[in-house]
Design a binder for this molecule. Structure first.
Ligand SMILES: [Zn+2]
Length: 191
């Protein structure tokens, strides 16, 4: 059975350039990494989202088309940024959209954008699963229901993502693992 589509209920984009005046003089951003002037992600699936990195800095979350993936976490000119592709997001159920936001946020929370090392993708998955659980954002049933979406992805030895079915199992395992809670850093808050 094909799961129902969910709509992306995010996006309030306004005069973002003003907030970024300090970096406006800088040119030559790498292609596909431009985030200034993009629509800001305020909420996902009806849940207000925010993210702070390992230094407590506010992470800017913006929509970027043609990202090549559902989301990316980067430090651009010393500003922590989450970029999410609306065309990928809109195909996913709201809770899974939230999970992917949590995954990208986890890269900032856990300092992955500063030090690249093996295992960051599974770490981010696990953190996002526990964070969503601890905040009551999704239930075990929600996590289980994501399996068909993960089933389609093959994984990658380059990015470190597990093959889909394995990744879905791993995320559920993290959700079930109560020995550890996610970080104390605020990622999401429900209205
Ligand atoms: Zn990742």
């Amino acid at each position: 059975m094909r799961p129902a589509r969910a709509s992306l209920t995010s996006v309030i984009g306004l005069a973002f350039a003003a907030a970024c005046a300090s970096v406006s003089a800088l040119a030559q951003e790498p292609r596909g990494e431009t985030w200034r002037g993009r629509e800001i992600i305020k909420e996902i699936g009806g849940t207000v989202v925010s993210c702070r990195d390992s230094y407590g800095l506010n992470v800017h979350a913006v929509l970027v088309s043609d990202l090549g993936d559902v989301g990316r976490a980067r430090n651009l000119y010393k500003t922590p940024v989450i970029m999410m592709d609306p065309s990928h997001l809109i195909r996913l159920p709201g809770k899974l959209q939230l999970f992917f936001f949590g995954h990208e946020c986890a890269h900032h929370v856990l300092g992955h954008t500063y030090v690249l090392r093996p295992g960051v993708e599974t770490e981010a998955d696990c953190w996002a699963a526990k964070d969503g659980r601890d905040r009551g954002l999704f239930t075990r049933d929600d996590v289980q229901s994501w399996a068909p979406w993960f089933a389609q992805s093959r994984g990658s030895t380059v990015s470190g993502h597990l093959p889909g079915p394995e990744r879905a199992r791993f995320i559920l395992q993290c959700f079930d693992d109560s020995t550890d809670t996610a970080a104390s850093t605020t990622v999401t808050q429900q209205r």
